[in-house]
Write a protein that binds this ligand. Structure first.
Ligand SMILES: Nc1nc2c(ncn2[C@@H]2O[C@H](COP(=O)(O)OP(=O)(O)O[C@H]3O[C@H](CO)[C@@H](O)[C@H](O)[C@@H]3O)[C@@H](O)[C@H]2O)c(=O)[nH]1
Length: 324
């Protein structure tokens, strides 16, 4: 089976490519605006097609060249605070790519299955009575990011109804792992700890809202769910992906600090606070489990350890490179 991963150079794209390649059953292509693969490990294993999904013609050319059986549509603007700074850009990035993919499939009569990757931010403001959140929970997004992904999900549903496109919608809850960008909370904490340990910054960890509770999974478990849904998901349906447990951001920080080799001070940085932050999120992934048998493999301590190991290695390598 030939698959195309949009956003191949993103955090999740890289992990998904590694997962699919390891199974040996997929021919993996990646789509990016960039002319090169970001992850050296993928070189020679993933074929790259260059296109900007905001460009309808370029999207068509890329999809016609690859003719994938499955598209994992990961590309987009993933950072909630960025969506408040640039709502128009976020809406465009997170809807037009999907739209151009759908229009290509219609125009060229391609029977490609598309996994449309959304987010729990589509549910947004959660009524405590709705916890844990299943797929029938009303969508009440609280950020332009959440709106953009809800719009993408509705476009997918509409094209499934109107043109019979084979689309499976997915709503992953928070997922973390090695190689995530340091704008996201766990990477932000781990990077600061690694820099402090090497004496590259004062022993102060800057934090935002530590009271938020999130349903957190390892990205490597989340991409396994995507692969299962590509094969077994019901067309038109939507599936949550998450652990079913809430973890407070403060607990994440404490678990990382427990591995830190030097004493640090934790300091609130008001600039890291958001206009609105959903206080408590818990996922109900029963539909996914019933359909595919998915089970997470990584525990949170394992994931956090891997993230800290990654940042210790990366920070050290960057420091050595800077020193010449
Ligand atoms: N980024 C960041 N967040 C912080 C910090 N301190 C506390 N937080 C809190 O940590 C939580 C997680 O923030 P992020 O890591 O930025 O993730 P997110 O907003 O939950 O979004 C991520 O998960 C979504 C699914 O739940 C994804 O859809 C999205 O793309 C992203 O991966 C939020 O409540 C945020 O306020 C900090 O220093 N940095």
């Amino acid at each position: 089976m030939r698959v195309l991963i949009t956003g191949i150079n993103g955090f999740v794209g890289g992990h998904l490519a590694e997962y699919l390649l390891a199974s040996g059953r997929w021919e993996v292509w990646g789509l990016s605006r960039s002319p090169a693969l970001a992850l050296p490990e993928l070189a020679g294993k993933v074929q790259l097609v260059q296109a900007d999904l905001a460009d309808a013609e370029a999207t068509m050319r890329a999809l016609v060249q690859v003719r994938p059986h499955v598209i994992f549509h990961l590309a987009g603007q993933p950072f909630v605070p960025e969506s408040f700074r640039d709502p128009a850009g976020t809406l465009a990035a997170n809807t037009l790519g999907a739209l151009h993919i759908f229009l290509t499939l219609i125009e060229y009569r391609m029977a490609t299955r598309v996994l449309v990757i959304g987010t729990n931010e589509e549910y947004g403001k959660i009524d405590p009575a709705d916890l844990p959140v299943d797929e029938d929970t009303p969508l009440r997004p609280t950020s332009p990011y959440g709106v953009s992904k809800a719009a993408q999900s509705l476009l997918a549903l509409q094209y499934h109804y109107s043109h019979g496109l084979d689309l499976v919608r997915v709503r992953p809850f928070t997922h973390i792992g090695p190689r995530q960008n340091e704008r996201f909370v766990t990477a932000a904490f781990a990077r600061q700890i690694a820099r402090i340990e090497l004496g590259l910054q004062p022993p102060v960890v800057q934090v935002g809202n530590l009271a938020a509770q999130r349903d957190i999974s390892d990205v490597r478990d989340v991409v396994a769910a995507y692969a299962l849904l590509a094969e077994h998901g019901e067309s038109g349906a939507v599936y949550n992906v998450g652990s079913g447990k809430a973890v407070m951001v403060r607990e994440l920080l404490d678990m990382l600090l427990a591995e830190c080799t030097v004493p640090v001070e934790v300091r609130l940085n008001p600039e890291l606070m958001r206009p609105i932050d959903i206080p408590l999120v818990v996922c109900d992934a029963s539909r996914l489990r019933a359909r595919t048998g998915w089970q997470p493999r990584y525990t949170l301590p394992e994931t956090l350890h891997d993230i800290l190991t990654y940042w210790r290695q990366r920070v050290r390598a960057e420091a050595l490179a800077a020193a010449g």
